[in-house]
Design a protein around this ligand. Structure first.
Ligand code: NAD
Ligand code: TYD
Length: 352
């Protein structure tokens, strides 16, 4: 049985991954989730797993920057893989408070790498894996008038936001562990995910929640920025393939070839919800707003045989239904702290 340390497992993608992996007995793995439970982490996302999988699922509340906590987990559970989902993940917050992003995303990754290297004897490295879960945002922005150009693994890193700069830093450090020590690292860079359990500060759940409450839907700038959307369970299958068969030291892009302008996606969501387009409100643009992301996942497909299996329109409608049926979850995860940030951005602008 594999033991995997899953950091940030109470967040959106982490909790989807934990549920997905535990639901596959053939994966035969024990998951030790380490999560600080920031505003974005929610134990409700993992509810019931302790009872259903008492021998395969363990939760520990803690900070990836805390070397003692991380060392204790390595000693107690002896994981042979690390999946590092833990991060501050919202670009808008990184504009308001970059330091927390540097701390968790850079120092946290550094702490995990150092602990894994210390606890894994070198002779075990052919069986151990450190998977750093990164983002396409590290590549920066693509021109909107060149649909032929997409991010490949060779695209130079050119992050623009404090969030993407902190993720790029963590990627470089992870790669340095491979190049310097021969440490068995893997890096994945995925496009925007959608699905259940996403914190409603991100575009899709934010639009759904606001529209359900007949509140205006804020569109940054002209709404023509393009994002490339992937259903979260397709991200999970890709991570599993990379973890199981990826070549140590490699980077893999993950994406589903589903580019959409924000305004078109928002109109689609309003139509599914049967709400008027008059709810759309154009607001001040995000500073440094990347124009277009688009992922070329050809390497992952040709080398590891991965394919996304989700139909976009079907999964988008399913996602809308999930939030419709989980309005209590939506309201519970939105704390006073979140509402204060929301108010600050939309009502008072981006500056102090
Ligand atoms: P999220 O914000 O929903 O979840 C992050 C989780 O990390 C939360 O549970 C939070 O409590 C935890 N966390 C934060 N700081 C921590 C710390 N110091 N120690 C321990 N736990 C901490 O994020 P997400 O959308 O699930 O993203 C997960 C990962 O995937 C991130 O690394 C992100 O950069 C990457 N990613 C996300 C997307 C996307 O569309 N959401 C796309 C590509 C890559
Ligand atoms: P987001 O979900 O924050 O993801 P990211 O910035 O990491 O891609 O935003 C997705 C896109 O939607 C991005 O171009 C910014 C835009 N956006 C809005 O227009 N309005 C909003 O209220 C939010 C949160 C995002």
């Amino acid at each position: 049985m594999h033991t995997i340390l899953v950091t940030g497992g109470a967040g959106f993608i982490g909790s989807n991954f934990v549920r997905w992996a535990l639901g596959r007995p053939e994966a035969n793995c024990k998951l030790v989730v380490l999560d600080k439970l920031t505003y974005a982490g929610n134990l409700e996302n993992l509810a019931g797993l302790e009872e259903t999988y008492p021998d395969h699922y363990f939760f520990v509340r803690g900070d990836i920057c805390d070397g003692d906590t991380v060392a204790e987990l390595f000693e107690k559970h002896a994981p042979n893989a690390v999946l590092n989902f833990a991060a501050e993940s919202h670009v808008d917050r990184s504009i308001l408070d970059p330091m927390e992003f540097v701390r968790t995303n850079v120092l946290g990754t550094a702490t995990l790498l150092a602990a894994a290297r210390r606890h894994w004897p070198e002779e075990s490295w052919d069986r151990a894996r450190f998977l750093q879960i990164s983002t396409d945002e590290v590549y920066g922005s693509l021109p909107e008038d060149r649909p032929d150009i997409k991010f490949t693994e060779d695209t130079p890193l050119a992050p623009h936001s404090p969030y993407s700069a902190s993720k790029a830093s963590a990627d470089l450090l992870t790669q340095a562990y491979h190049d310097t020590y021969g440490f068995p690292t893997l890096i994945t860079r995925c496009s925007n995910n959608y699905g259940p359990y996403q914190f409603p500060e991100k575009l899709i759940p934010l639009v759904i929640r606001n529209a359900m409450n007949d509140e205006s839907v804020p569109v940054y700038g002209d709404g023509k920025n393009v994002r490339d959307w992937l259903y979260v369970s397709d991200h999970c299958t890709a991570l599993w393939d990379v973890l199981s068969t990826g070549e140590p030291g490699s980077v893999y892009n993950i994406g589903g070839d589903r580019e959409l302008r924000n305004i078109d996606l928002i109109r689609m969501l309003l139509d599914i919800l049967d709400k008027p387009h008059s709810l759309i409100e154009f607001v001040n643009d995000r500073p440094g707003h990347d124009r277009r992301y688009a992922i070329d996942a050809g390497k992952l497909k040709s080398e590891l045989g991965w394919e996304p299996s989700s139909d976009f329109r079907e999964k988008l409608a399913e996602t809308v239904n999930w939030y419709r049926e989980h309005t209590e979850w939506l309201e519970r995860v939105i704390s006073g702290e979140y509402l204060a940030t929301y108010d600050r951005i939309y009502r008072r602008g981006w500056k102090e």
